[in-house]
Design a protein around this ligand. Structure first.
Ligand SMILES: CC(C)(COP(=O)(O)OP(=O)(O)OC[C@H]1O[C@@H](n2cnc3c(N)ncnc32)[C@H](O)[C@@H]1OP(=O)(O)O)[C@@H](O)C(=O)NCCC(=O)NCCS
Length: 202
């Protein structure tokens, strides 16, 4: 995901480092029970995942965005969206999912509201783990959360030039709605939507 309007994810940030057990414990058990295949478990993140989530963010951001947007964009994004405070807040609100293999967090997805929309803010899998279905598993879990919340659609954006993301999202049923030009020579943000049917499997 990219820069456009990401401020919404930061709204009302609670910088406490204590995860909310009422949210995360329940979700963790449910997701682990539902998704323990191929040695990868997809579940709600808990406080102990903080370091793993940050590691995934920092490693994938550099690999993904330095070639298409440059080192300054990477530094800006990491300082804004991948700090301990931001990640902890998302975990405490039950808005971060992790894919875990053994003791390692290998993938991360975060979601949350913006106006009336359900937005998939972040979807990142460690480069060495691409192409094994982990991103798809995280996407399925995000769709399940949206369906549970009775949302009608999921929106997201990616940075123009990120062909891997473009292909992945198209394959998962997202269609482009509009583009935003951030200026300063940075690539455009490409916004997409996936409509959720009433009968969508959770
Ligand atoms: C985009 C991203 C999240 C996808 O994650 P992933 O784990 O590689 O995704 P998957 O493995 O589920 O699917 C990727 C491909 O592997 C294929 N694949 C290989 N083995 C598979 C398996 N066992 N099960 C499912 N799919 C498999 C899929 O069919 C898919 O093919 P495609 O590229 O032709 O569409 C990941 O590439 C990533 O983190 N990229 C860098 C960061 C990024 O750009 N994030 C998005 C920001 S907007």
């Amino acid at each position: 995901m990219i820069a456009a309007n990401r401020e919404d994810e930061l709204e009302g940030a609670d910088v406490s480092t204590t995860p909310d057990p009422d949210v995360t414990d329940h979700e963790t058990r449910a997701d682990a029970d539902a998704g323990a295949t191929d040695g990868v478990v997809v579940r709600g993140a808990v406080g102990d995942d903080l370091g793993g989530v940050l590691s995934v963010g920092h490693r994938t951001w550099l690999a993904t965005y330095e070639p298409i947007a440059g080192p300054e964009y990477v530094a800006m994004g990491l300082a804004k969206w991948w700090t301990s405070d931001v990640v902890t807040d998302s975990i405490r609100k039950g808005r971060t999912l992790v894919a875990v293999k053994g003791d390692d967090v290998v993938g991360v997805a975060t979601f949350g509201p913006r106006d009336e929309s359900f937005v998939l803010w972040k979807l990142y899998v460690l480069p060495g783990h691409h192409g094994h279905g982990i991103g798809s598993r995280l996407m399925e879990a995000v769709v399940a959360r949206a369906v549970e919340g009775e949302h009608q659609r999921i929106t997201l954006s990616y940075l123009e030039g990120n062909q891997q993301a473009a292909r992945f999202y198209a394959k998962h049923g997202f269609v482009e709605t509009h583009r935003e030009a951030p200026g300063s020579g940075l690539p455009e943000s490409v916004w997409m939507v996936r409509e959720l049917d009433a009968g969508e499997p959770a």
